[in-house]
Structures are given as structure tokens and as C-alpha cells.
Design a protein around this ligand. Sequence first.
Ligand SMILES: *Cc1c(COP(=O)(O)O)cnc(C)c1O
Length: 357
Amino acid sequence: MAEIEEEVIDLRSDTVTLPTEEMLEAIRNAKLGDDCFREDPTVNMLEEMAADKMGKEAALLVTSGTQANLVSLMSNTKRGDSVILESESHIYWYEVGGLSAIGGLLPIPVKGHLGVMDPEDVEEAIRPKDIHFPETTLICIENTHNRAGGTVVRPEQIRALKEVAEAHNLRLYMDGARIFNAAVALRVDVREFTRHVDNLMFCLSKGLSCPVGSLVVGSEEFIERARRIRKILGGGMRQAGIIAAPGIIALEKMIDRLEEDHINARFLAEGLAKIDGLRVNLKIVQTNIVHVDVSGLKVTSNQFIDELRRRGLLVLPRDRRKIRMVTHRGIERKHIKKALSIVEEAVEEIKRRRENR
Ligand SMILES: *Cc1c(COP(=O)(O)O)cnc(C)c1O
């Protein structure tokens, strides 16, 4: 007898989102050309839309968020420079050290609070002009901050960092992979976050549900340089309109719905906080990411994750103590309720085993 397959609930990341029917239709109908000759009308249209939305002069479609960050860092600096970034940032943790391995850059990590660096600490980290020092030319921020738990860097905090950057003649760059989550969370126009940075990137492939793609956004001059560096890195694409077409739909239609993910994340977090043995800091649940500390159960995050996986719930570790859950399109209230009951079961099972030992 065939088993009825239970639906797996996937809260590993908002990158698991699949394109909508409308996106697939747009891919099928996209007007295409060779983008290395700047002749793909769909790419050109998406880049114009992205620049306009961010209040900047120009934009460039790239293959991934990691490529967007590397292209941007290299476009803002020269080899041998030092770059100030938050010590838990995606660029520092999850991008294979590309800024050093390929960009020739020295990262100077500064510890932040909920992902936000204190302007005074940043100022302290800037290397003064001295023959011994690598020149510091760039400050990077991340918004929302992934490893901090999807926390928002507020516009006034960005402005304070911009003042430091300006005082020392540095540029300010924003890894805005999930910048629309920040805008939706504060209910402000995304330009409130972009106006104080020189340039930024954002991802189409996360909560916005596109299959591929990120955009680098900034001045004409910066984007011209970025276009050359993208080419060096092998990121020059041909009929990339098939990637840009769903991106246009994402910018038109997929931003406002992020609020639903935030509401679901909050519901999830509040439910988890009530389960004895788990710890959730509700203050940091500001967007679509939930961190849960499972160390009170005397298991590692990976041991806990195995228990969840066996019951049809997929999540990722944040570190040895914490797991990470991310809400996204396709995860509805009923899935959150199911996820909560799976977590509850897993916790009970772990406690039972401990008592019987
Ligand atoms: C996901 C993410 C990236 C990188 O995106 P990829 O497309 O996975 O390379 C960069 N920065 C942040 C903050 C992210 O969350």
C-alpha cells in the first residue's frame, strides 16, 4: 500500500521559495537580447526599475547575493584596502572569504548590537593614514541583519554611520539582501534606508520569490565599474531577461506580501516562547527570521534539528545553541501551527529520553 506522503514544512530559508505562475509566464514571454551588448530589453527595464525604487542612478543584475557583495566591495575599493564590517555579517561569515581571496581586501570586523555597529566603535576601527596601515576605504552594513535574527538597521542608525564615513572620506555600502523586509517592518519607503548609503545590493531570490538574481545599485560611475568587475568574475550573462522577467514582477507585486511572513514569524516565535525548555528573544523577531535557543534541553542545535527533520520540519542551525526558522511565501498559518506541534513533540521526546536515562 502506498504511503500518503506528509507535506514537509521547510523553514530553512526564504530562498526555497519557488517562482509564481505569473513569473513563469513572464519568463516564457520575455523580450530577450545579449546583455553583454546591453541589448536585453527586459534586463534594462529591471535595472531601471531597481535604480528608481532605490533612489539611485543605476543598477546591475548579478547572479547571486554573494556575487553582488563581491562586485560591490571590489567596485568601492582597491586591492590592499581594509573594509570595516559587522563581525556577524554575511560577508564575513558566509561568502567563502571572497573579499580577501579574490578582492584582496582586509576585513576589519566590528562587533555590533543586534547587528548594528556603534558609530564610535566604527570610528575607532578606521585606520588613520600611516605607512604601516592598510588604507580603510569602506564601511559595510547589513539590513536586515541575517545572523542577528533578521533585525532592522534603522534609518537614523544608518545616517549616524554615514556621518562617520563622511568625516573620514569613506564610502558606506549596504548588504540589503532583505532590505524590503526592513522597509515593510518599519512601514517606510525603502529609500529611507538607501538615502544614507553610497550603494547597496538586494536579492530577488529570497522572500521576493524569484528563482535567481540580485541587484547592485548606486551611481552611474559605480555601476559602470561594477559592470566590468562582474565581467571579470564571470558574471556577464547573455539572454538574462529570463532572470530579469520574474524580477520585474517581484518589484511590482511581491514586496507588500512580506508583511504576511513577518506576522507568521511573530506568531511562530510567540508559540515557541511558550514551550518549556526553549528560549526565544522576542525583541529580535522583527521580520521573517526566528532564532530559538535549544541549549536548555541539553542538546545541540544539530541534535534538535534531527528530531525535527524526522517529523517533517526542516530548519537550519544558527550556531551550537540556536536553531533558525525563516518564514516565506508558501508557509501559511496552518503550517506554522503544524510546525509548533512538531517542535512541541520533539521537546517532549527529548525530555522523556533524558528522564529514562
Ligand atoms: C542570502 C544573503 C546573501 C547572499 O545571497 P546568495 O544569493 O545566497 O549568495 C548576502 N547577504 C545576506 C545578508 C544574505 O542574507
